[in-house]
Ligand binder design. Structure first.
Ligand code: PGA
Length: 247
């Protein structure tokens, strides 16, 4: 799995991840049944738990299926939770961990996120770990400090040779139509990569997320150190997501 990611990085392929959040249906999946981008980028669609089986059945084989969360526990009396091994059993390959909505609305701390990342890796799935600053943290010039703290707290002690994806998602850019400047993205991704290289010997792709769409995707993915995109709203529209996958 990590070899595949290394290859993608070397071959200049991008990793395009759809985050459907609490949206989507069998009907939307059927709409994506004929999804056929002309470029060979890696495409991962992260659907709600209830659509995992249908996604596996309906989506074209080149699309990998991802989940949007999982429990930090392996099994037991945790009503309503889903474990990483259950996801693996359903054919999932990737799991989004620590999305800002989970951090904020479901009180997920770095320590919970780090346990989730561990259990995902233990089950040989690839975690897509989200990090990002709030608008006020950005205004206070604390972006790098916040990102470093999130990396230290959630993905530092994992061993040096692992398959992991990081998604930089400025919280103020998510669903807002606002996107950082090219230079801000460039500098922030470089900073994240430098920080990650202190801990990992494997190539860790860093995706950008936050109001990515069919119009800005080519510009963003051409920025140095941007290995792909994590796309929310625009991934629910087939034509828009197709254009993004062709960037
Ligand atoms: P957005 O969401 O593309 O709708 O801004 C991105 C995300 O939350 O992952």
């Amino acid at each position: 799995m990590s070899n595949e990611l290394n290859l993608s990085a070397r071959d200049n392929c991008k990793i395009i991840v759809a985050n459907w959040k609490m949206n989507g249906s069998e009907t939307l999946l059927k709409d994506f049944a004929t999804f056929s981008p002309s470029k060979g980028n890696d495409v991962i669609i992260c659907v709600p738990f209830t659509l995992l089986d249908s996604a596996k059945e309906i989506l074209p084989n080149f699309i990998k299926i991802g989940a949007q969360n999982c429990s930090e526990e392996d099994k037991g009396a945790f009503t309503g939770e889903i474990s990483a091994s259950m996801l693996r059993e359903r054919g999932v390959t990737h799991v989004i961990i620590g999305h800002s909505e989970r951090r904020k609305l479901f009180s997920e701390t770095n320590s919970i996120i780090s346990k989730k990342v561990e259990t995902v890796l233990k089950n040989e799935l690839t975690p897509i770990v989200c990090i990002g600053e709030t608008r006020s943290e950005k205004k206070a010039n604390k972006t790098f400090q916040v990102l470093e703290k999130q990396i230290d707290g959630s993905i530092k002690n994992l061993g040096s040779h692992i398959g992991l994806i990081v998604a930089y998602e400025p919280i103020w850019a998510i669903g807002s139509g606002l996107v950082p400047s090219d230079n801000e993205i460039k500098e922030t991704h470089l900073h994240i990569k430098e920080k990650l290289s202190q801990f990992f010997t494997t190539y860790i792709p860093v995706l950008y997320g936050g109001s990515a769409n069919s119009e800005n995707c080519s510009k963003i993915t051409s920025i140095e150190n941007v290995d792909g995109l994590l796309v929310g709203g625009a991934s629910l529209k087939k034509q828009d997501f197709l254009a993004i996958c062709n960037c």
